[in-house]
Unconditional design. Structure first.
Lengths: 561, 528, 362
């Protein structure tokens, strides 16, 4: 097939919604980089000023502006570092390999991205392409929601999905329910944002439904960038139709007719799976105009990110979709009234949307009853690090952390003890010692000064240097800070420098005061969750590992001034 | 301008014709760009694909000098589609029925042949302008520097009148004035047709008022003479001339003619900052204080009257222009020149000008007001024609298209149009003496469409001789898509490239403005 | 946005006082209206509020964390405290963090209109310059040899005012934000020179820069001249827009131009000519004395008395020999009213004709 010309690529996408990322990827795939000619064509074709476009392109990790040949990207994320990621990077560096932050394969390290394929392995010899792991059957024997059918054969195909009730919820909703009734059930179920923010989904949908302005949009946030989180990948790889069905239902409930899936760059196989699922659903009359022969229309547009953690933040995500510089937006106004193209938009996480068809089929009471101790529903936990059985687990909300760690996942490797765990991927910082006596629900974890968030838990056993772990976490935030707000842009850098050693006062109390002051300013004044959360890492380090900190700062005395 | 600059960000539809605003009035253009960012629609008619054209929703690359045809056809579309403002027409205009009948034959298809742009684009431009609420017109010398400059302006007035786009916020007809105080110059009566306050010299009461104020009982009633006529009369009826700060031999058309005219005078006195090409022809050159050295008042394109303040002392013996003129007048025994300050001069102007009646030096130093300001407590008049026209009803003008004074033919097969560039101002007496400006633009070149360049066997930076019926110049060529096929462009800013050797094919019969925007030329390669 | 009194119909509590506000007003705007100096670095009243520097955070009763007052709209019944000890401490920390990323804070005010903003705040908050030491951000571009705009990004604090003023105010979109986080670098398309970008050298980026990172190269030539900077408000000498400017002088020397942020025609905007093409005024080519042409075509310097007599004699001769219709006057569209008025009066009062015109036909 001849390579498409610049004009053809631009023409292919120009009149589509959210064209920029798609156009850039098309050029990048054709040439292996984004030439100035290509950018010029995009600038003129999409009417984006060239300076703005240039800056935006440099923001993303995976776009290259120089011809660089096929690039290998090795995950050096916080889990893969514990599993030989840095060594693998070095081994592959003669082939021009570059590092990438956590690529969401922490249950099966180390992922290496090669073009549009991901390989896994801990050494050159073991690297091979492999589908992502299926979640193990629920070790606690609890009833599941999202994972209930995920292990069934052919679940990722339309036929397989339909075999166990797939699209029945949609059919029921379109034929028997008003949009308000759909919102009502979701509200009653107490389903809340599973991306970490925990905002009640029913309330969000009602706000979109009530907001003036058309067309409205449903945006599925599949930019799963939080280190130690890989649950959304599991859903999309093995049960893509449940996400699509959830989106159509969200569209019906809110009156939205267009949907977007914003998928992180590092999931190329997932992209193809979703693409296939969308085509199947369209062919099956489950997407597009006149869904299930009724009057409801809904399109889903799949867009691929380009390597930027901040694009998981909904304001940045919307800006990125719109082709703008992916800075977070000031709130209010919120996306429910001023979202994609400033029109009402529901931004929901993959896990949230995937819960929706199950809830509609089995009822709000059923869903609420899945939780423990008065908590409603389930939560997917991505467990990784120094633990025998890493993987995704669907836990009843309220399950004790230790039950998950020891009974479900087999505890630490032999001869080791668990020193600390992270919460919310990295964003919740560390819990250690008695603070690990929590149940997996926000009130309990917040009581210990952290939060559950998206549900990523990384385990560190007693062989790990926790200052180093904190440094690596903070370095991630520094690398991913967008640079819009001062406290985060400067704060993540300064904290990283201090945790690396070689910077900051030599006196322990002065050092500690600097770290605390920076953290306080970041928490109180940062413009989005990244900057607010990052100091959980440094503050929890100070709280749980004062001796390690003392030792770290003392080492500064032996440095050359 | 009928509307203030602040209104530029407010229209629904903006129609720019014959204005290269982003280069010639860059700060005003920022208002327009804000309107576009807000979603306003832009129509641009200009032979050259200027920056503004790139911002436009509809771009009409009309042939030089074909504006009237375009505007008639747009009016035709607006009338045909019923986009007229019937109550405005009924209450505030006259001559509609005749004009309406007149419009019938001027279809977009008819105009398309003259303007050399597709009829559907003309149609669409008419629809846009007609539907805009409000729609505003902006123009500059691309409209006036034609033999039909008055027709062009009146055609624009017709559009605004038929759609009621006058006297309201964000609408209007807005000529952008090119020099810092050219508006003020007219306000002061330094124009042959009017007294201070824009009162015509044919007005008997005004004649009597000024005859009395200036102690000149024999002051003419009427009897104007434009500068263009004056140059024809030099050495004949005219024998002495006083020129203040104008490098006329470089900026005016037909340089040869200008030089001969000035040389034939018995007495030429030039007041200026520099020894310009014009000053070099004078018998006496008098050094004036410049900007930043002079206290005074200026008026901008939106009729805003503002104070100039001196910040540094002048060089050597330089004196304010008013002082120099007053001193000459006193030595001639002309009464009323006992001014001792700029304030006294300005206050006398205010006392005689109805539009400045409410202003004085102190008020202008405190506040920035838009005239007319008839009384001391009047807040100024940012928008003209609100509710009614000063002169009664707005008149529709029935007019037709005329070819430019000179059209291309076998001997002179290429259209030349001239203009200005962002980086240099007029004849560069100022920008050429400001450090760094050369970094941006160090020489002039002829802008030619790349396809023409190839067809004529030329390459970038080749030297050519550009000849018209009046003269020739040599300059470099440069290929650019800004120029359409068959039309070339250059500015008159660089003394090395005296483009006005070529221009001057004709003048508007009413205003005597030269057709600087159109002339027919021939281009030949010269080896250098 | 400046709300008129009649639009202010809702009430809130600001630092203990009940105040009124209009729909849409931000907390920052309400505070400013009440003469409360909330600190900012990324704020320019002409631009859309950005919320980047976070210095303007205030406490709102019921909110978990302080909110940025520049982006938060006032709401009925809100209780806002603009300067609690906790907020002031956060501001001090933020300023100390900002200071730590730059080479220096105190810069020459000739660099630009807003160049002293950071310095002023550092003094106001007693921010210690020794804290939070670490890597500096921003790398100066010394390869761009344009004569107007110094790109001294070592002093950049990534407030994006330059980016935003270029896009929102000037509409040129010439400035890029390259990379992200601490590596953020303000630059142009393809990280090149301004001349090769869509920059028109209007200088607005220079004038809004709060640290002098973007600086007026021409003005800085006057850095070593003795004396204080004086500013004189006047109107730009170029086109008909009539932008208000301040001429900066040291002693008798003009050293630079700054736009008047409250200029009615320009609201702080200028173009390359108004901003940078001012030094013709004190150019050596200026005429300093009257010049009388000699028979050989050269000019001789003469005194005013002789010159004015010569001028008057010439007009008198014409009048006497050829009558009052033999004299013509041309006024300048570049000189002030007093010149134009005097010229027309000279002709009308002196000769009783209307033989006067100006250069508007060129």
């Amino acid at each position: 097939m001849p390579k498409p010309t610049n004009q053809e690529i631009v023409a292919r996408w120009r009149d589509q919604p959210a064209p920029l990322l798609a156009v850039l990827h098309a050029f990048h795939e054709r040439d292996g980089f984004l030439s100035s000619d290509a950018l010029d064509g995009v600038s003129k074709g999409l009417k984006i000023p060239i300076a703005e476009l240039y800056g935006t392109v440099t923001f993303y990790h995976h776009f290259s502006l120089q011809p660089s040949g096929p690039t290998l990207r090795v995950c050096t994320g916080n889990v893969c570092r514990l599993r030989g990621g840095l060594e693998l990077l070095e081994a592959l560096s003669p082939k021009g390999a570059k590092s990438m932050p956590c690529a969401g394969r922490c249950d099966e390290p180390v992922p290496v991205l090669s073009g549009s394929e991901s390989l896994v392995g801990t050494s050159i010899d073991t690297l091979r392409a492999k589908p992502s792991p299926l979640p193990a059957p629920n070790p606690g024997g609890y009833a599941e929601c999202i994972f209930a059918h995920i292990r069934e054969p052919d679940r990722s195909t339309l036929a397989g999905y339909r075999r166990t009730g797939g699209y029945e919820a949609l059919s029921k909703a379109l034929r028997e329910m008003t949009p308000a009734q759909v919102v009502g059930i979701i509200t009653e179920s107490k389903l809340a944002g599973r991306g970490g923010a925990g905002f009640p989904t029913g309330a969000k949908w009602k706000a979109v439904a009530d907001a003036p302005g058309h067309p409205k949009s449903i945006v599925c946030n599949a930019d799963e960038g939080e280190p130690g989180c890989f649950k959304d990948r599991a859903i999309m790889d093995h049960d893509p139709h449940t996400v699509l069905e959830g989106m159509v239902l969200a569209g019906y409930a809110t009156g939205a007719e267009r949907g977007f899936i914003y998928l992180r760059y590092e999931y190329p196989e997932t992209f193809r799976t979703l693409e296939r699922a969308i085509i199947e659903a369209q062919a099956g009359g489950l997407l597009g105009r006149g869904i299930l022969d009724g009057g409801f229309n809904f399109e889903i547009h799949l867009r691929r990110g380009a390597g930027a953690y901040i694009c998981g933040e909904e304001g940045s995500l919307l800006n990125s979709l719109e082709g703008k510089h992916p800075f977070p937006r000031n709130k209010p106004p919120f996306p429910v009234t001023h979202g994609f193209e400033n029109l009402p938009t529901a931004v929901n996480n993959v896990e949230t949307l995937a819960s929706v068809p199950h809830i509609l089929r089995q009822g709000a009471t059923w869903y609420r009853g899945l939780g423990r101790n008065g908590h409603a529903g389930t939560k997917l936990i991505s467990l990784s690090g120094d633990i025998r059985r890493p993987g995704n687990y669907e836990v009843p909300i309220g399950l004790p952390l230790k039950t998950l760690l020891f009974d479900w996942a087999g505890g630490p490797y032999s001869g080791r003890t668990i020193q600390a765990v992270t919460m919310a991927g990295l964003s919740g910082g560390f819990l250690a010692g008695d603070a690990m006596e929590v149940t997996l629900d926000e009130p309990s974890i917040r009581g210990k000064g952290s939060f559950l968030g998206a549900g990523g838990i990384i385990v560190f056993d007693d062989s790990r240097d926790m200052v180093r772990a904190a440094h690596d976490a903070m370095e991630f935030f520094a690398d991913e800070s967008c640079g819009k707000c001062f406290p985060c842009r400067i704060g993540t850098q300064r904290l990283t420098e201090r945790l690396a050693g070689g910077a900051g006062p030599r006196d322990l109390s002065a050092w500690t005061e600097e770290v605390r002051d920076i953290g306080a300013a970041m928490r109180a004044t940062s413009a989005c969750g990244l900057g607010m959360a990052a100091p959980f890492v440094s503050d929890s380090l100070l709280q749980f590992f004062p001796e390690a900190v003392r030792f770290h700062v003392a080492a500064r005395h032996t440095e050359k001034p | 301008m009928s509307n203030p600059l602040a209104d530029m960000a407010k229209p629904d539809v903006i129609f720019c014709i014959g204005t290269n605003m982003t280069e010639c009035h860059p700060v005003a253009a920022t208002g327009l760009k804000k309107a576009l960012a807000r979603g306003a629609k832009l129509i641009v008619a200009d032979p050259r694909r200027i920056k503004l054209a790139e911002l436009a929703n509809i771009y009409l690359p009309i042939r030089v000098g074909s504006d009237v045809a375009l505007l008639l056809a747009m009016a035709h579309v607006i009338e045909r589609e019923g986009l007229v403002d019937a109550s405005f027409i009924k209450e505030r205009t006259e001559g509609w029925d005749e004009f309406r009948e007149h419009l019938k034959e001027f279809t977009p298809e008819w105009a398309s042949k003259i303007c050399e742009v597709p009829a559907k684009d003309i149609e669409e431009a008419g629809l846009y302008y007609g539907r805009g609420s409000p729609s505003a017109i902006y123009y500059t010398l691309g409209i006036t520097e034609h033999i039909c400059g008055v027709d062009n302006v009146q055609s624009l007035c017709n559009l605004a009148l038929m759609t009621g786009n006058l006297g309201i916020e964000g609408a209007g007809i807005n000529p952008m004035r090119g020099q810092n105080n050219i508006q003020g110059c007219g306000d002061c009566g330094a124009e042959t047709l009017v007294y201070p306050g824009s009162v015509p010299i044919t007005d008997k009461a005004a004649r009597d008022k000024f005859a009395h104020a200036y102690q000149r009982p024999d002051l003419d009633l009427g009897e104007a003479m434009t500068k263009v006529t004056a140059f024809n009369e030099c050495g004949k009826t005219l024998r002495a001339m006083l020129i203040d700060g104008e490098n006329t031999v470089v900026s005016d058309p037909d340089r040869n003619h200008c030089e001969q005219a000035l040389k034939s005078l018995d007495h030429l006195v030039v007041i200026d900052l520099f020894l310009t090409d014009t000053a070099k022809l004078a018998h006496l050159v008098l050094p004036a204080t410049g900007w930043a050295e002079t206290d005074g008042v200026v008026c901008n394109t939106e009729r805003r009257v503002q104070r100039l303040r001196a910040a540094v002392p002048p060089p050597g013996e330089a004196r304010p222009d008013w002082w120099i003129i007053a001193q000459i007048a006193r030595r001639l025994g002309i009464p009323g020149f006992d001014f001792s300050s700029a304030a006294e001069v300005f206050n006398e102007l205010c006392s005689l000008s109805p539009t400045y009646g409410g202003l004085d030096w102190d008020r202008v130093s405190r506040e920035s007001l838009i005239w007319p300001v008839p009384t001391k407590d009047h807040p100024g008049t940012p928008i003209l024609h609100v509710g009614s026209f000063a002169n009664g009803r707005g008149k529709f003008r029935v007019l037709g298209y005329r070819d430019p004074a000179e059209v291309i033919d076998e001997s002179f097969p290429v259209w030349l149009t001239t203009g200005r560039r962002l980086q240099s101002y007029h004849t560069r007496t100022q920008t050429g003496r400001s450090s760094g400006m050369d970094y941006l633009l160090s020489e002039e070149s002829l802008e030619v469409n790349p396809a023409d360049l190839a067809a004529w066997g030329l390459r970038d930076d080749d030297w050519v001789r550009l000849s018209s019926r009046r003269g020739s110049v040599e300059m470099k060529v440069r290929g650019t898509d800004r120029s359409p096929r068959g039309t070339v462009f250059t500015s008159f800013s660089f003394a090395e490239v005296p483009v006005n050797n070529l221009t001057g094919s004709g003048y508007d019969p009413t205003t005597h403005t030269a057709e600087l925007k159109v002339c027919a030329v021939r281009i030949e390669f010269v080896a250098r | 946005m400046s709300a008129t009194a009649t639009e202010r119909q809702q009430t809130m509590t600001l630092d203990g006082q009940e105040v009124t506000f209009a729909q849409g007003e931000t907390l920052y705007e309400v505070a400013r209206r009440h003469q409360i100096q909330v600190p900012t670095l990324c704020y320019d009243p002409r631009l859309e509020a950005f919320g980047g520097c976070r210095l303007c955070v205030v406490e709102v009763r019921g909110a978990k964390t302080p909110v940025a007052s520049c982006t938060t709209r006032a709401a009925q019944g809100m209780v806002v405290s603009t300067a609690t000890p906790a907020v002031e401490k956060l501001r001090q920390t933020l300023l100390e963090m900002v200071v730590s990323e730059n080479r220096e804070v105190a810069v020459n005010p000739l660099r630009g209109f807003a160049s002293q903003e950071l310095t002023t705040l550092v003094h106001r908050y007693g921010a210690q310059t020794g804290r939070f030491q670490g890597k500096h951000s921003g790398k100066s571009n010394s390869a761009d040899l344009n004569p107007f705009i110094l790109r001294d990004y070592d002093l950049c604090i990534s407030c994006y005012r330059c980016v935003r003023v270029c896009a929102e105010q000037e509409g040129d979109y010439a400035i890029s934000v390259m990379h992200r986080g601490f590596r953020t670098q303000i630059t142009t398309e393809f990280n090149g020179n301004l001349k090769d970008s869509s920059c028109t050298f209007c200088g607005q980026c220079v004038q809004t820069c709060p640290t002098g990172a973007l600086a007026d190269k021409k003005a800085l030539r006057g850095a070593d001249l003795p004396g204080e900077i004086q500013k004189t408000r006047t109107i730009c000498p170029y086109c008909g827009v009539g932008c208000s400017v301040d001429i900066m002088t040291k002693g008798d020397r003009m050293v630079g131009i700054q736009p008047a942020m409250d200029g009615p025609a320009n609201q702080g905007a200028l173009c390359v000519k108004g901003q940078f093409a001012f030094d013709f005024v004190q150019h050596d080519d200026r005429l300093k004395t009257p010049l009388l042409r000699q028979p050989d075509g050269s000019f001789k310097e003469i005194g005013w008395d002789e010159a004015l007599d010569f001028a008057a004699d010439g007009f008198r001769n014409a009048l006497e020999k050829h009558g009052r219709r033999s004299v013509y006057g041309i006024a300048s569209g570049r000189a002030p009213h007093e010149a134009a008025y005097s010229m027309q009066k000279f002709i009308r009062a002196g000769f009783g004709t209307h033989y006067v015109d100006n250069c508007s036909r060129a």
